[in-house]
Write a protein that binds this ligand. Structure first.
Ligand SMILES: NC(=O)c1ccc[n+]([C@@H]2O[C@H](COP(=O)([O-])OP(=O)(O)OC[C@H]3O[C@@H](n4cnc5c(N)ncnc54)[C@H](O)[C@@H]3O)[C@@H](O)[C@H]2O)c1
Ligand SMILES: O=c1ccn([C@@H]2O[C@H](COP(=O)(O)OP(=O)(O)O[C@H]3O[C@H](CO)[C@@H](O)[C@H](O)[C@H]3O)[C@@H](O)[C@H]2O)c(=O)[nH]1
Length: 437
């Protein structure tokens, strides 16, 4: 089947929206994207990336130059120039509650639908509480101009930051939560090159598709906390958690991926989606059925406290000590510092009286803006100089290559905590380091 050139709208140009918009252009569609942040839109319209994501910059610039990908702030413009719209706005955790804040989603549907006077499909991609698609369909019916035919579907996104382009263009699966054959057909046409290439397509109802996404992230978080709980038993007994994870993960029913122990999960997705699912279950009166999600969250946060305590054990006191934190983003490959475990630990150690200096290969600017109280080094050498304790909290390749001898001459005391099990303990111990993971 020949690829079809569709007119695609993208609402929200954050990590998900920009990736989705550029990849839709890459699949051959004409794309127009809108956001409420005019500064971000101006940068994107000039072909510039507002955040760090490997491989995305050149693709974005190429499609902006060719005119196939456009950015703006006018919902009317998007409504007039597209037939399939993807809503990619943020759904952060509500202040003072575990629930997802869906106000941006509601606003986006409202602002788009009131301009849609033709036949169109609005596809939610944001991660939301189950039942949101149904609510949005009712909202659209209320605000769309009389005579228009606008349908709502939900197709959650599973991309990982740092691999966002590859995950979008070669996903494990596509999930189409639709209420009609027409909506399914529009989504199949949108993703036609991927469907033709054999990507698994799961066609279901919107509510199930919303739950698939929340369940996937809750399951990944559970795997990570499971191995991290065992890491603490290993610490108490001298057992080797990496060997345990390898042996456990080689059972295909369990799998080795997302079973890497360490400081635990952070970012703009896993923490808030786990809590959001639990909060939704509470609203539905079934929270007991997923009560383990609370334990998953507790184990995850316990890892951060445990790391602060471990540093104290090594130093005796944080007062007057210089502590170097390597890595600030929530994982390598991104400058995203939302719910960053590394920065949570860095702030805790600073509050305990240490002089903390943070270094990250790409997230330095974001840290300077959001954590004004932390000092941020411009280079690895500057960060490690005269340190009493080095903490590796995000496993960038630059840190994996650290030479224990060279590092040993830069610091004041050879204390190292490898919060991500990324370094060779034997090499560091042989070079005189007190190494803990
Ligand atoms: N980041 C990821 O890797 C990823 C992957 C899969 C799913 N998701 C989900 O996708 C959604 C977006 O996540 P993100 O990481 O891209 O968030 P983000 O904060 O990076 O981006 C959200 C964008 O939406 C814009 N926005 C807010 N309200 C708007 C409105 N009414 N109209 C238009 N634009 C609006 C914001 O200005 C911002 O640019 C969330 O639900 C998230 O859980 C994210
Ligand atoms: O074995 C592992 C794997 C990950 N992590 C940590 O877990 C967090 C999340 O990692 P990852 O899942 O790779 O990153 P995200 O980009 O947050 O992606 C998750 O969240 C996205 C947003 O919903 C989903 O689309 C993805 O499928 C889902 O993997 C990071 O802090 C990692 O350091 C571990 O500690 N151990």
């Amino acid at each position: 089947m020949e690829p079809v050139r569709l007119r695609i709208g993208v609402i929200g140009t954050g990590y998900l929206g920009v990736t989705h918009a550029a990849c839709m252009a890459e699949l051959g569609h004409d794309v127009v994207a809108v956001d409420v942040d005019p500064v971000k839109v101006a940068r994107l319209a000039a072909g510039e990336m507002p955040f760090h994501e490997p491989d995305l910059g050149p693709m974005l610039a190429r499609h902006v130059r060719s005119g196939r990908l456009r950015f703006g702030t006018s919902f009317r413009e998007v409504a007039l120039n597209a037939d399939v719209h993807f809503v990619c706005v943020g759904t952060p955790q509500q202040a003072g509650s575990d629930a997802w804040d869906t106000s941006h989603v509601e606003q986006a549907f409202r602002d788009l639908a009131r301009h849609l006077d033709h036949s169109a499909l609005i596809v939610g991609k944001s991660t939301v509480p189950v039942g949101t698609a149904e609510r949005m369909a009712a909202l659209v019916a209320e605000v769309a101009p009389a005579g228009s035919r606008v349908e709502v579907a939900w197709s959650p996104e599973f991309l990982r930051e740092g691999q966002a382009v590859a995950d979008t263009l070669t996903p494990d699966r596509l999930v189409f939560g639709v209420s009609s054959g027409w909506a399914e057909q529009m989504l199949r046409l949108t993703y036609q090159p991927l469907v033709s290439a054999g990507t698994a397509v799961h066609v279901t109802d919107p509510a199930t598709s919303e739950l698939v996404k929340a369940a996937a992230n809750a399951f990944l978080a559970t795997k990570i906390s499971f191995v991290n709980g065992l890491a603490e038993i290993c610490e108490a007994t001298g057992a080797d958690v990496l060997a345990l994870a390898d042996a456990l993960g080689s059972d295909p029913r369990i799998g080795r991926r997302s079973l890497h122990p360490g400081l635990g999960y952070g970012g703009g997705c896993l923490p808030k989606d786990l809590r959001g699912l639990h909060a939704r279950a509470r609203e539905l009166g079934v929270s007991g059925a997923v009560s383990f999600l609370e334990a998953v969250d507790d184990v995850n946060l316990r890892r951060r406290r445990r790391l602060v305590d471990l540093g104290l054990e090594l130093l005796g006191s944080y007062r007057g000590a210089r502590v170097c934190v390597l890595g600030a983003s929530f994982k390598p490959g991104t400058d995203d510092i939302r719910d960053s475990p590394a920065l949570h630990v860095a702030s805790g150690i600073q509050r305990a009286g240490a002089d903390v200096v943070v270094y990250d290969p790409v997230a330095g600017a974001a840290v300077r803006q959001a954590y004004r109280q932390l000092s941020v080094a411009g280079s690895l050498d500057e960060a490690v100089a005269e340190a009493d304790l080095v903490l590796l909290l995000c496993e960038w390749d630059e840190f994996r290559r650290l030479d224990p001898l060279a590092l040993g001459t830069a610091v004041r005391r050879r204390n190292l905590i490898d919060g991500r099990y990324a370094l060779d303990a034997k090499r560091f111990r042989a070079a005189g380091w007190t190494y803990r993971a």
